[in-house]
Design a protein around this ligand. Sequence first.
Ligand code: 13P
Ligand code: SF4
Length: 382
Amino acid sequence: MTTTDLPIILPELSEVTVEDFLSSETTSQEIVQRIHTLKEKLRDKVVILGHHYQRDDIIQFADKTGDSFELARYAANLSDREFIIFCGVHFMAETADVLSGDKQKVILPDLKAGCSMSDMARTEQVLDAWEALSEVTDTKKICPITYMNSSAAIKAFCGEHGGAVSTSSNNKFLFEWAFTQGFEKIFFFPDQHLGRNTAFYQMGIPLDEIVLFDQSQGGLGGLTKEEIAKAKIILWRGHCSVHQHFQPSHPDIMRALYPGTTVIVHPECSFEVVKKADLVGSTSFICKTIAEAAPGTSWAVGTEHHLVNRLKKENPDKFITTLAPYACECATMYRISPEALLGILEDLDKGIVKNQIVVGDSDKKWAKVALERMLEVTKKAG
Ligand code: 13P
Ligand code: SF4
């Protein structure tokens, strides 16, 4: 749970603003026009969803933008479009496929748009871990909960074992729900940071009842039987490779550079970064909080830099900077390019469906159970 701080030289930061990290997104007007034309032509059949981390030259075409929870809920209620083009990453498209109707097809414009955190929990590892735990404790008393950022197979595992899915906007509700169902422990995949931040900061669970299961060690993940017996929360050893770049020194640096700055971060940031932040929440929480803030306020934002940059453009009456002194970009989200989107639309116009994401029937059944539990619990928590 320790985080190594990177050495930072303060004076170099004095001029840092998010523009310094902008990649040049120079989509030609011809491509933009062709996408608009095809979108209009196919508008009765196609809907385009865009996660907040997508680049602006994709967001401009999205019919709906949102955080992973909002987009999942939206996909669950979409019945009038045959094709859902998901501008996000693979696990989001899988979720849309699980929750959308049988006749709908979900398309990911670039199949290489994965998520390294999701890849950190592989099915066979989770099954091995569960088996190892069953030798030292009653797994019927453990609720497996997986962050949305995981494969459909892991979601299915959770659904089949009485558990659920959660997102950064509702993790606390799902943790509380698990305990009200009579479970004594939660096994949370794959993001250790979201799990620890929720359990400690939002629910007051002591750190010695939150343990880290290191799957790379095999067996009990480096834990003793006693540690497992005492634990309320068992965390999978996964993290977001983008948010891990935010360091505990960054809030101090930004506050020194910009006195009065409010530090707002995503809960995928480490425990130490969240400790120093003023506010913590999902991408939509970050957008809403800044949009509703008073003019003239100042914000240092700890999340993916395309979103930070968009916030800056949308809130010209506020000072907004990224929390880190370098770009924290999600390279896989970035793979969804206007060229890829255009290619998908051109094919659909010719009746060709490429890059369809299909979750197999057995995973779909149980992943749906886990996702519907999440939707229900969140609705009730309201
Ligand atoms: P949100 O749940 O805030 O959309 O975050 C999703 C994600 O992938 C963050 O890394
Ligand atoms: Fe995955 Fe992190 Fe990218 Fe989110 S920001 S999609 S968790 S790698």
